[in-house]
Design a protein around this ligand. Structure first.
Ligand SMILES: N[C@H](CCC[C@H](N)C(=O)O)C(=O)O
Length: 278
């Protein structure tokens, strides 16, 4: 099986072009094996780029633990880059089918290749039952969450996949690796949850680290950055347009007055290879 290794702000996945070859038989198991950074290719998970009956391509995303997620922000930027650069659809505005619906993606081309991508991520999902969470509020804002013997004030938002955002004075390992894994599996989140920790720099700038559902800490989380931008507005901490600094790079987010969230960021192809036995 041929694969392409790509990343969006350091959030790296193994991509498989299912236009050019058949779908893997067992994507969850392949995601678990191929994501291993010692015995596999290494990555935060597996993303399949598939034909679609209603869009230029369809994206299916699997975390490193094999769980399938509804949406991946850094992933869709790389899918758009792949689709354009490899001439599956040589269009500067692409339609990509995801578990969160068909999204419109604009590619910014330099020297014939996509470098930056702007995604209309659609409207955030704010109803607690659809996030889903059992916490009160539509959406939960400054909702109390008992974790690790302490009470967090959290804000919950879905971008098709669930996010639990905590604003802290300083984002550090105690939050990300100490609290993050407990939030991921907290019973308040029936489908588990991605746990973002945000340090506000100014009304237009934030620092984020994330413990992702199914992958642990990643260098960046596009949907998490979008959810955090929405949470910043809901908590009166940030403006509608915000620059988000992540360990792997920067993303620009805007929760437009129209309701949609726009995310702009990089996408990079690193190498290709052959994976035996699939
Ligand atoms: N771990 C996430 C999926 C990947 C999201 C992230 N890598 C992004 O860029 O949005 C989940 O299970 O919902």
């Amino acid at each position: 099986m041929r694969f392409t290794k790509m990343h969006g702000a350091g959030n790296d996945y193994v991509y498989v072009d299912c236009f050019a070859q058949s779908m893997p038989d067992n994507p969850p198991e392949l995601a678990r094996v191929i994501s291993d950074r010692h015995k596999g290719v290494g990555g935060d998970g597996l993303i399949l780029i598939c034909p679609s009956e209603r869009a230029d391509a369809r994206m299916r995303m699997f975390n490193a633990d094999g769980s399938e997620a509804e949406m991946c922000g850094n992933g869709i930027r790389c899918v758009a880059k792949y689709v354009y650069d490899h001439e599956i659809a040589r269009k500067e505005t692409l339609e990509i089918e995801t578990g969160a619906g068909v999204l419109s993606v604009g590619v910014i081309v330099e020297n014939g290749l996509v470098e930056q991508v702007r995604v209309n991520m659609g409207e955030p999902i704010l109803e607690s039952a659809r996030i889903p969470t059992t916490l009160p509020g539509d959406p939960p804002v400054k909702a109390p969450l008992e974790v690790g013997g302490r009470t967090l004030d959290v804000t919950c938002v879905s971008m098709g996949n669930p996010h639990c955002i905590t604003f802290v004075d300083e984002v550090n390992d105690e939050w990300v690796h100490g609290i993050g894994p407990q939030v991921e599996v907290h019973p308040a989140f029936p489908n588990r949850v991605n746990a973002e920790f945000i340090q506000i720099v100014s009304p237009s700038e934030m620092i984020m680290r994330v413990w992702e559902r199914g992958s642990g800490e990643t260098q960046a989380c596009g949907t998490g950055a979008c959810a955090s931008a929405v949470a910043g507005v809901l908590n009166g901490l940030t403006e509608r347009k915000v620059l988000c600094h992540l360990p792997g790079g920067d993303l620009t987010l805007e929760w437009a007055e129209s309701g949609e969230v726009y995310m702009t960021g990089p996408a990079a192809e690193v190498f290709t290879g052959e994976w035996p036995g699939v």
